[in-house]
Design a protein. Structure first.
Length: 470
C-alpha cells in the first residue's frame, strides 16, 4: 500500500480584507490538486469565512483616548471646527514673520559679509564680477528666505502628523461641495502650499476622474512655498509693519494671508466653473480614513527639516545658480570695446525692453520683465535675477534689494506684482506634471493660458484700483 505524505502550509493571503488559508498536499505517487480558496468557489460564504478568520486572529480595535474624543468634539464641530481652523491659519502666517525674522536677518548678514569677504579676496576681473554679482548676489538673495519656508513646512507637517489635516478635510467637505468637489480634494490643495508638483500627484487618491482633473487644474492657484520669498520681499519693501490685532496679528502677516486667501477664492471659482461645464458629473460622497489624534515626534520633524533644507539648497545651487549665471552672461553681452555694455543695452536688457510694452499697464518696468522671464523656471528665481541685475547697476549697487525694488516699482505696481504672482502658473515643472497626470497637452496649455489671463487681468485691475485710491 503506497505511503502518503501530507504537508499543510498556512499562508496568509492579503487581498483587500480577505485572509485565506492555503492547504497544499503532496503525494508520493500523484500530487492531488490543492483545495480552492472560498473566494473562488463560495462567494456568498466569504463574509462568514472572513469573520471566522478575524476571530481567530483575536484582533480588537483600540478605542480612542478620552482627550482624543474631546478634541474631536471641537475639531469636527460645524462651528467650533471652522473657528479652530481659522485660528490655526492665522497663527501659521503670523509665525512665518515673527519666528523666522531673526533667522532671516542672520542669514542676510551672513550672505552679505561672506560676499564682501570673497570679493576682497578676488582681483578686479570678470571672475570677481561673476562670483560676487552673479552667483553670490543671485543665490544669496534666495537663500535668506529659507527659515521662513521651513517655518511653513513645520506647521504643515504638524497638521499632517497630528491627524488634524484629515479632520480639517471633513470640515471643508461642506464648502467644497458647493463648488462640485469633495473633502478628499482638500488634502492635495493644502499640500500645494508646499509645492504644486507633489500636490498634483496626491490627487490620485480621488476616485472620480473629473473631480481629480478639476483638482489638478486648480492646485497651482494655491500659493506654493516658491512664491513666499517674492511675497515677503515685496511686502517688506512697501508695507511697514504695524499691529492690527494687538501683538497677535501684524500688517505684513495679514497681507500674506490675503494673498493666500486670493488663491483659495480663485481656485474655488475656477472649480465651480469647471464642474458646471467641462468637467460636470455627479457629486461623489466623501469617505475618509480618520487617523487617531497623536503627538508628532521631534525626531520626525527634525529629519523632515533636514531633508527640506537639502532640497531647497540643492535647488538654489542648481536651478537658481544656473539662472543667475545665465542672466549675468546675458547682462555682459555684447561687449563694447572689450567692456560689458550698460545693463539696459545688454541682451538681458533688450529682452526686458521687448517685454516692457506688454507689462507696462501693470506698472512693471524692464527689470521686472527680466525677472518674470526667469520666474518661468522657478518662482523664486525672480529674486536671484533682480539681485544679479541690481548688483551690476552702479546706481542700485549701494542699495539693498528692497530699496532697489522701491526704485523699480510704486505702490500700485507692487500690489499688481503680488496679485500677478498669486494667480500666475508656478513653473514649467508644474506644467509637465499636469501633462503627465492628465495624459494630454490640452489641459496644461489651457491651464497656462487661463492662469496667465487671470493673473494679467487681476494685476491690471489692482494697479488701477490702487492708483484711484492713492
Amino acid at each position: 500500500m503506497p505511503k502518503t505524505f501530507s504537508t499543510w502550509l498556512d499562508i496568509e493571503l492579503r487581498a483587500g480584507s480577505i485572509l485565506g488559508l492555503l492547504q497544499v498536499s503532496f503525494n508520493k505517487e500523484a500530487a492531488a490538486p490543492p483545495p480552492a480558496l472560498p473566494v473562488l468557489t463560495e462567494a456568498p460564504g466569504c463574509p462568514a469565512w472572513a469573520l471566522r478568520a478575524g476571530q481567530r486572529a483575536a484582533y480588537r480595535p483600540v478605542a480612542p483616548s478620552l482627550w482624543a474624543r474631546r478634541l474631536d468634539r471641537i475639531f469636527l464641530h460645524p462651528v467650533w471646527g471652522v473657528l479652530t481652523f481659522g485660528v490655526v491659519v492665522v497663527a501659521v502666517f503670523q509665525a512665518m514673520f515673527s519666528w523666522a525674522r531673526p533667522l532671516m536677518d542672520a542669514c542676510q548678514w551672513l550672505v552679505s559679509r561672506s560676499g564682501a569677504w570673497i570679493g576682497a579676496l578676488l582681483p578686479d576681473s570678470w571672475l570677481r564680477s561673476l562670483v560676487v554679482e552673479g552667483v553670490w548676489a543671485g543665490v544669496g538673495s534666495v537663500v535668506i528666505f529659507l527659515p521662513q519656508i521651513l517655518v511653513l513646512f513645520v506647521f504643515l507637517w504638524l497638521l499632517e502628523d497630528s491627524g488634524y489635516l484629515e479632520r480639517a478635510a471633513l470640515i471643508a467637505d461642506r464648502a467644497l461641495a458647493r463648488v462640485g468637489l469633495q473633502g478628499k480634494c482638500f488634502i492635495p490643495l493644502v499640500a500645494a502650499h508646499a509645492c504644486a508638483t507633489p500636490a498634483i500627484l496626491a490627487a490620485r487618491s480621488i476616485e472620480n476622474r473629473r473631480e481629480r482633473t478639476a483638482t489638478i487644474l486648480i492646485a497651482p492657484l494655491m500659493s506654493c512655498s516658491a512664491r513666499l520669498p517674492v511675497y515677503t520681499l515685496v511686502i517688506a519693501a512697501f508695507l511697514p509693519e504695524r499691529p492690527l490685532l494687538g501683538p497677535l496679528v501684524g500688517a505684513r502677516a495679514a497681507a500674506i494671508l490675503g494673498l493666500y486667501l486670493l488663491g483659495f477664492l480663485a481656485a474655488f471659482g475656477t472649480a465651480r466653473l469647471l464642474r458646471s461645464s467641462l468637467l460636470k458629473s455627479d457629486q461623489t460622497p466623501v469617505v475618509l480614513d480618520m487617523p487617531p489624534c497623536r503627538w508628532p515626534t521631534l525626531r520626525s520633524l527634525a529629519l523632515r527639516l533636514l531633508e527640506a533644507s537639502k532640497v531647497f539648497l540643492r535647488r538654489a545651487g542648481t536651478v537658481i545658480l544656473g539662472v543667475s549665471v545665465l542672466w549675468w552672461l546675458l547682462a555682459h553681452w555684447p561687449l563694447k570695446d572689450g567692456q560689458p555694455p550698460p545693463i539696459g543695452e545688454s541682451l538681458a536688457g533688450k529682452a526686458g525692453h521687448a517685454l516692457e510694452p506688454l507689462i507696462r499697464p501693470l506698472g512693471f518696468n524692464w527689470q521686472i520683465g527680466v525677472g518674470l522671464i526667469s520666474s518661468l523656471v522657478s518662482r523664486e528665481a525672480i529674486i536671484g535675477t533682480l539681485g544679479t541685475i541690481h548688483a551690476m547697476d552702479p546706481d542700485a549697487r549701494a542699495l539693498g534689494l528692497q530699496a532697489a525694488l522701491r526704485k523699480d516699482l510704486d505702490a500700485a505696481g507692487a500690489a499688481a506684482l503680488l496679485v500677478f504672482f498669486a494667480l500666475m502658473m508656478p513653473c514649467v515643472s508644474t506644467l509637465a506634471m499636469v501633462r503627465r497626470e492628465t495624459g494630454s497637452w490640452k489641459w496644461p496649455l489651457a491651464q497656462f493660458a487661463y492662469m496667465g489671463a487671470l493673473a494679467y487681468a487681476g494685476g491690471f485691475l489692482v494697479n488701477r484700483l490702487v492708483r484711484l485710491l492713492a
